[in-house]
Design a protein around this ligand. Structure first.
Ligand code: C5P
Length: 208
């Protein structure tokens, strides 16, 4: 069965989606990586990220490919693996602008809908726009401080700078971030990743 896990930036979505997928033996797909790949491709081509048509042309010329595995996703841009570059701070800063273009959203949606189901889909609008019929939907939140501290464990930057950047990205993303009416909203500030995974697996089991 399709499972959607949406939520704010750095709310633990990828870790949780990967854990749920591994427990169920299905892949998980991080939709944010496709937005990130579109942003990185545009930045490296020197395109203004406000130019949706130029970005779409770039995606037509230099193909992006996402490979889904239960333990992680890998992304190729123009045949070169770029997974490790997708979380650079320039990409963080530009990705919301790219994701604000309806043309780019349609491009991401069609990439996702072409993948063989079922899988765990993770992002912002998986439960609302992309897989509205998914029987299990979760929406994760956490306080900006907790999210910044989690990210700071993965990056050399200061937690306070990460927190400021996260708050700015929340503000820019807020048009896309609306929990599905039938999603379970979970504040993960005081929960471990395993506790969140267990709650989702319980919901899956309850659906039979
Ligand atoms: O999930 P992640 O932080 O990697 O997503 C990067 C960015 O991609 C988000 O900040 C948001 O702008 C965009 N995004 C989106 N819709 C999704 C997934 C990501 O707009 N479903």
């Amino acid at each position: 069965m399709m499972i959607t896990i949406d939520g704010v930036a750095a709310s633990g979505k990828s870790t949780v989606a990967s854990g749920v997928a591994r427990a169920l033996g299905v892949p998980y797909v991080s939709s944010g990586l496709l937005y990130r790949a579109a942003a990185l491709s545009g930045l490296e081509a020197g395109l203004p990220l406000s130019d949706a048509r130029a970005l779409l042309a770039q995606l037509g010329q230099v193909p992006v490919r996402l490979e889904a595995h239960p333990e992680g996703n890998r992304v190729w841009i123009g045949g070169v693996e770029r997974t490790a570059d997708l979380h650079a701070s320039e990409v963080d800063a530009g990705v919301s602008t790219v994701a604000g273009h309806p043309e780019i959203r349609r491009w991401v949606d069609s990439q996702l809908q072409a993948l063989p189901a079922p899988f765990v889909a993770e992002g912002r609008d998986m439960g609302t726009n992309v897989f509205p019929a998914a029987p299990v939907k979760f929406y994760l939140t956490a306080s900006p401080r907790v999210r910044a501290l989690r990210r700071a464990q993965e990056r050399p930057e200061e937690a306070s700078a990460i927190e400021a950047a996260l708050i700015e990205r929340d503000r820019q993303d807020s048009r896309q971030i609306v929990p599905a009416a039938d999603a379970t909203v979970l504040d993960t500030s005081d929960l471990s990743a395993q506790e969140v995974i267990d709650r989702i697996l319980k919901a899956v089991a309850a659906r039979g």
